[in-house]
Design a protein around this ligand. Sequence first.
Ligand code: NA7
Length: 538
Amino acid sequence: MVGSEEREPAWDVLVIGAGFSGLYQLHRLREEGFNVHLFEAGADIGGIWHWNCYPGARVDSHVPNYEYSLETVWQDWNWSERFPDWKELRRYFAHLDAKLDLSRDISFGKRVVGAEFDESTREWAVTTADASIARARFLVPCLGFAAKAYVPDFAGLDRFEGPCHHTGHWPQDGVDLEGKRVGVIGTGASGVQVIQETGPIASELVVFQRTPNQALAMQQRALDAGSQPVPNDELRGYFRTRQISGGGIADIVPDRRRAVDVDPDERDAVFEAAWQRGGFHFWGGTFSDISMDETANRMAYAFWRDKVRARLGDPTLREKLAPTEPIHPFGTKRPSLEQTYYEVYNQDNVTLVDVRETPIEEVTETGVVAGAHHYQFDVLVLATGFDSGTGGLTQIDIRGTQGCTMADFWADGVKTHLGIAVPGFPNLLMLYGPQSPTAFWNGPTSAEVQGDWVVDCLIHMRDNGVTRVEATDAAAEAWSEHIREIAAGSLLPQADSWYMGANVPGKRRELLFHPGVPDYMKRCNAIAAKGYDGFECA
Ligand code: NA7
């Protein structure tokens, strides 16, 4: 592949993906004088918010966390909801584009399908689906963690004659669900949102659930210019706090006490306060031992379970949606946020099918067969998730110095240095990838904090005349061991989650993300301070 294409253009940096991370790279690197360009597969900027336009799609981080901290952007921007939906997020991205003039350096409709490192020129040759090849010294994939949809191998799936869409590939012009018989498979974050939106408008809704979602009260609020959660004159400080806080959300701070040490009334008061604040407060803002200690975790689970059960009329539904005994520890799978999710199941037109009891046998031209019952649908929604963390990268034919692909290199386990670089793949620095906090880190915060680290690294390389930088095998081995140790000390391995790579059959089971943002950044900064320890520079 290398050598047959035109030599120009050769960018200093080619960024892949126009979500929060990619756009921030484009903006910052351009400011720093790099000759940078961005390839985006979609027709517009927004990353996941370009693709996820299914009914009810909405962010689960409360504002003003889910935005850049750039003053030029926030000074004249107001949100209309505490948890904005995809339409408002698209308006926000249009605002970003207007403010930062991003699109002029983006090629849209450019799906990267391959990349090969050319040792002779120390450049990446990057192939796109339209068979053109571009060259760049540094390649910066910003693919997000959900770039590759996962569709289970249901027998007969391609036979279904009505509209059938994965939530991550929802048609841009929408699908009419009003008065329709709708089947939804999956009850993760996307499923919860679709179900909550569809129940009230569909003639019939059948939900195929494998694992109940430990969904949390969103506590949504309408906002206007006068009621933004943080006034503009406090935003600078708020964003500074956000940078150093656990999940990249400024005001979610765990209680330093252990749940097991406080008396039951006090404990319930802390749980209730977090519940009332809504969103992820109940996940990350109660006691520090919830994620490590099984007894503490059970206390949080019991509080959540009883809250949910109080909203369900039917005892069978209670047990299906909020079981007495948890299927996995609380919060070890990503909880979704909901507003009326549980009430939807009290409606007469809504049926819950537990596929652990009655597995999906096949999909037919007109519906789904499970437990010998043929459910008839006009529309089928696949809310079945993603090959998270690694899938976006491994589906691209990225070849480094050994000739093997990243998928081959990771066959026996993901191996990276800081979740940013991979041995054998020089001059490639990834954002929001596997083995960095990613799924445990608010997207825009990560885009800026991890993003600044990568920008500083590229500046350092340029200032020192470095044209080739590669993570050492020893550094990557040590980082991967560090991730394994974190997993062993947490409750995370007890869930069949996408955090653990356990949602895709055949995928290796391992913790894919670093769950401690402050510790992660401390380590990244220490490595930079030592002149990029664990990287070989030439
Ligand atoms: P998730 O959270 O991975 O949810 C996928 C859902 O699909 C989940 O409920 C799965 O059940 C279910 N699923 C997957 N395969 C099957 C089969 N074969 N049969 C029945 N049900 C199945 O993806 P989302 O899109 O909801 O969310 C992804 C993230 O994107 C989200 O957390 C946000 O961070 C943004 P399971 O739980 O595995 O038993």
